[in-house]
Design a protein around this ligand. Structure first.
Ligand SMILES: [Zn+2]
Length: 393
C-alpha cells in the first residue's frame, strides 16, 4: 500500500518546517536538549565541529539580532544536521514560549529570530466568589493566573484579599496559545466585578498610548487620588513631624494635612476603596478610614457627621462625612491622613501613577466598545446558564 503524503513527512522535516528551515533536498537529523548551567553557545557547538571563527562571527556580528550571552539555563535547543554528510547546518535556541532564534552554521552564518504561530482564544467566566477569587476561578475550570490578571486590572479599585461572599463577576478574557499550550498571562478584555453591592466595570481600550483599563464613564482604573478631600478649602496646617500643637500646647508630630472649611462642608473619599473604620475617639473625634488597595489607606478626622458605615465600598468622590470640629480641634477642619505601605506620609509630596481618562476624540468609539462588550458578556452568560440548565435536566 502506498504511504499517504502525511506519512512521508518525517518528524525531522516537521521540526524544520516549524522553524521555517528550507528542507530542499536535504534530509535532516535532529538532536535536541536543554541548556545546562554554565553552558554557552561554544560549549554546545564546538563538539559538533563548528569552528571558533564561525562561533566568533555569530557571537559578535549578529548581536543586534540575538546576543548569545543571553542564553539561559533550562531553555531548549535543536541542532539540525544533514543526513548526507552529518555536518551541523542549523542551531535553534528557544528564547521563550513564543520566540526562537535560528543560527545558520553553514550558509551565510546569519542569525534570525522567529515566532511560533500563535492562536488567541477568547473565554468567558461568570459567577459568585466562593472563598478566594483564585479558588473560585480554579473551581470553574479557568486558569488561576486569571485571578492575578484581575488583581492587576483592579489594583486601584478592589482589594482582592478582602472580597466577601456575595461578590460576583463577569470576565471576558483572551489568552495566547502556541501549539496547544497556553502562553503568557490572560488578558482581561472586559469585566464587571460586583463588590459589596457596587459594580466596578473594566474595559480594555487603546486610545493611542497603549491599552489601559477604564470604567464605564471613561475614567482610568489607575486612579490618581483627589488632591484634597474637601472642595473650596484651604490648608491650615501641613504634615509636620515637629509641630507645636495648638490644643495640647506642646510639640507633637502632625502626621496629616489640615483642610479648613465651613462646618457641614462635604468630605469626599479621595479614591475608591472600602471603609475599614467609621468610628469616634477623644482625639480624632468622628472619623472615617478607607483602605484603597494593598498600598494606600486614608483617614479623615474631626467630622461633624459620618456618612458611611464600616465595610462599605466607596468610589472616588463619594461623600463620606461632613466637616466639623469633634475631638481635639480648634475650629472646623478635616485632618487628612495618608498611609503608604503602613507608614504615615505627606500625600502632597507623593508621586502617583498617571491616569489619563478617555479623551474627547475617542469617547464615541469607547462608548460603542463598552456597549458591545456588555452585550457580549450578557449573551455569553445566558448561553452558559442555558447550557447548565440543559445539563441539569
Ligand atoms: Zn491635623
Amino acid at each position: 500500500m502506498a504511504p499517504s503524503v502525511q506519512e512521508l513527512v518525517s518528524e525531522e522535516e516537521k521540526m524544520a518546517h516549524r522553524f521555517g528551515l528550507k528542507t530542499d533536498s536535504l534530509q535532516w537529523l535532529v538532536s535536541e536538549g536543554q541548556v545546562r548551567s554554565g553552558q554557552s553557545l561554544s560549549h554546545l557547538l564546538s563538539p559538533v565541529g563548528v569552528s571558533p571563527s564561525t562561533l566568533h562571527h555569530i557571537a559578535t556580528e549578529h548581536r543586534d539580532e540575538y546576543d548569545v550571552r543571553r542564553m539561559r539555563e533550562g531553555r531548549p535547543w535543536w541542532l539540525f544536521y544533514s543526513k548526507e554528510d552529518s555536518t551541523a547546518h542549523h542551531f535553534v535556541y528557544g528564547i521563550d514560549e513564543r520566540e526562537y532564534v535560528v543560527f545558520d552554521l553553514k550558509g551565510d552564518l546569519g542569525v534570525s529570530r522567529g515566532r511560533y504561530p500563535t492562536e488567541t482564544r477568547r473565554k468567558f467566566v461568570a459567577g459568585e466568589v466562593m472563598g478566594s477569587l483564585y479558588q473560585t476561578l480554579e473551581d470553574a475550570g479557568h486558569t488561576t493566573t486569571l485571578a492575578y490578571s484581575m488583581s492587576q486590572v483592579y489594583a486601584w479599585t478592589i482589594d482582592f484579599s478582602r472580597i466577601q461572599p456575595g461578590d460576583h463577576f463577569r470576565i471576558l478574557y483572551e489568552r495566547d496559545w502556541v501549539s496547544d499550550q497556553p502562553v503568557g498571562l490572560p488578558r482581561i478584555v472586559s469585566a464587571e466585578f460586583i463588590h459589596r453591592g457596587r459594580n466596578f466595570p473594566a474595559f480594555a481600550f487603546d486610545q493611542g498610548d497603549g491599552a489601559d483599563y477604564f470604567d464605564e464613564t471613561g475614567a482610568s482604573l489607575r486612579k490618581a487620588f483627589l488632591k484634597s478631600p474637601v472642595e473650596f478649602s484651604r490648608i491650615s496646617s501641613r504634615f509636620n513631624k515637629r509641630r507645636f500643637h495648638p490644643v495640647l500646647k506642646k510639640v507633637k508630630a502632625h502626621l496629616g494635612t489640615d483642610y479648613a472649611a465651613p462646618h457641614g462642608t462635604e468630605i469626599v473619599a479621595v479614591g475608591d476603596g472600602v471603609v475599614t473604620q467609621a468610628s469616634y475617639t477623644k482625639g480624632n473625634g468622628k472619623y472615617v478610614k478607607i483602605r484603597h488597595n494593598d498600598t494606600y489607606t486614608t483617614q479623615y478626622l474631626h467630622m461633624s457627621r459620618r456618612n458611611v458605615k464600616e465595610g462599605q465600598a466607596v468610589r472616588q468622590g463619594d461623600v463620606i462625612g461632613y466637616v466639623g470640629s469633634t475631638g481635639l480641634a480648634t475650629g472646623p477642619h478635616v485632618c487628612f491622613r495618608f498611609w503608604k505601605h503602613g507608614a504615615q506620609v505627606d500625600h502632597l509630596k507623593e508621586d502617583f501613577p498617571p491616569s489619563t481618562p478617555i479623551r474627547e476624540e475617542a469617547s464615541v468609539a469607547f462608548r460603542k466598545l463598552c456597549a458591545e462588550r456588555l452585550a457580549e458578556m450578557a449573551q455569553l452568560e445566558s448561553d452558559d446558564a442555558l447550557r447548565l440548565a440543559a445539563v441539569g435536566q
